[in-house]
Design a protein around this ligand. Structure first.
Ligand SMILES: Cc1ncc(C[n+]2csc(CCOP(=O)(O)OP(=O)(O)O)c2C)c(N)n1
Ligand code: SF4
Ligand SMILES: [Mg+2]
Length: 311
């Protein structure tokens, strides 16, 4: 059992160091810091084209204190697959002399996951390759100036959807569930301990693990930098972003979302979107449609949980 002392020591550890060039209030930075606290330094990170490639800075002043590889957009999962194969073939000896296993990790944006990297990701998942694939979801191609991705929500304005996106957000965690991999989870940077615990669990599981983290982006979404955590919290409280995990096919709602199975407990969607400029052109009709979509997703989860009870 982990002692409180060693858990606190682990939580105080920083692997993604200050002095990086993230924008103020960047959700990606919070996501990576907390994920790495759980995964620890014996992790090799593959970063497909994204903000992450840029914010790490230039050597020798780079922010990650762990192995970090910049990768071509579509090749995140394939590169991590290669890393894992190499670790297994060679074994890995740490500087301190402890034999252990390295974790091959992909940390990709939503563009690099839900659009451009999904083929390689699906292949790695189908083979149940021993990697952790993380999508930090800021809901657009932020690094190149806020273009829509398939993870951009309905009605959000981006530079390529100036009147609001007409399509709904692609539900990639659900697509990954359909691959029958041992672990799928959703996280939010507003729930860091939940995120930490999910990464701890994922680290100890063999096979392909997929985690999608809601990581708000102040310039991309149009809200003040100091509101990042609150924005993610409102996404959870409104039921827009549902926190759950699926272990070997069994779905469980996480603490912050569990009580929201009762629709009365969810705050109005408007409370979440009203302070984001990207939703400034949403019509009343679209707001109702978006709300209906969210309600439908909750009903689906409710049905799944009931169905599971029968097995
Ligand atoms: C094949 C290819 N096409 C386009 C680009 C340009 N590009 C670099 S980062 C990026 C945006 C990535 O978006 P996302 O994966 O959501 O990560 P974010 O920037 O939001 O962190 C784009 C389009 C590229 N590097 N390679
Ligand atoms: S554009 Fe957004 S995701 Fe990229 S570094 Fe800035 S806050 Fe972070
Ligand atoms: Mg993005």
């Amino acid at each position: 059992m982990v002692s409180i002392k060693s858990a606190l020591e682990e939580l105080n550890e920083e692997y993604f160091l200050p002095g990086n060039s993230c924008c103020a209030g960047c959700g990606l930075e919070i996501a990576l810091r907390w994920a790495m606290k759980a995964l620890g330094p014996n992790t090799s990170l593959v970063a497909p084209a994204s903000c992450l490639n840029v914010v790490v800075g230039l050597w020798p002043k780079t922010a990650p204190s762990f192995p970090f590889i910049n990768m071509a957009f579509a090749a995140g999962a394939a590169a991590a697959t290669g890393l894992d194969a190499a670790f297994k073939a060679k074994g890995y000896k740490f500087p301190k002399g402890n034999w252990d296993k390295m974790t091959a990790l992909v940390f990709a944006g939503d563009g690099g996951t839900t659009d451009i990297g999904i083929q390689g990701l699906s292949g790695a998942a189908e083979r149940n390759t021993d990697i952790i694939y993380v999508c930090y979801d800021n809901e657009a191609y932020m690094n190149t100036g806020i273009q829509r991705s398939s993870s951009t929500p309905h009605s959000a304005i981006t530079t390529t959807t100036p009147f609001g996106k007409e399509r709904y957000k692609k539900d990639v965690p659900r697509i990954m569930e359909a691959h029958d991999i041992p672990y799928v989870a959703t996280c939010s940077i507003s729930e860091p301990l939940d995120l930490y615990e999910k990464f701890k669990k994922a680290k100890d599981i063999k096979g392909c693990r997929y985690i999608q983290i809601l990581a708000p982006c102040p310039p991309g979404w149009g809200f003040p930098a100091e509101d990042t955590v609150e924005m993610a919290r409102l996404a959870v409280k409104s039921g827009f972003w549902i926190l759950y995990e699926v272990e070997n096919g069994k779905k469980t709602l996480s603490k912050a979302s569990k009580r929201l199975l009762d629709p009365e407990k969810r705050i109005p969607l408007m409370d979440y979107i009203q302070n984001q400029k990207r939703f400034s052109k949403i019509s009343e009709k679209a707001l109702v449609e978006l709300q209906n979509r969210i309600d439908k997703q909750w009903k689906l989860i409710e049905a799944e949980l009931k169905c599971q009870e029968g097995f």
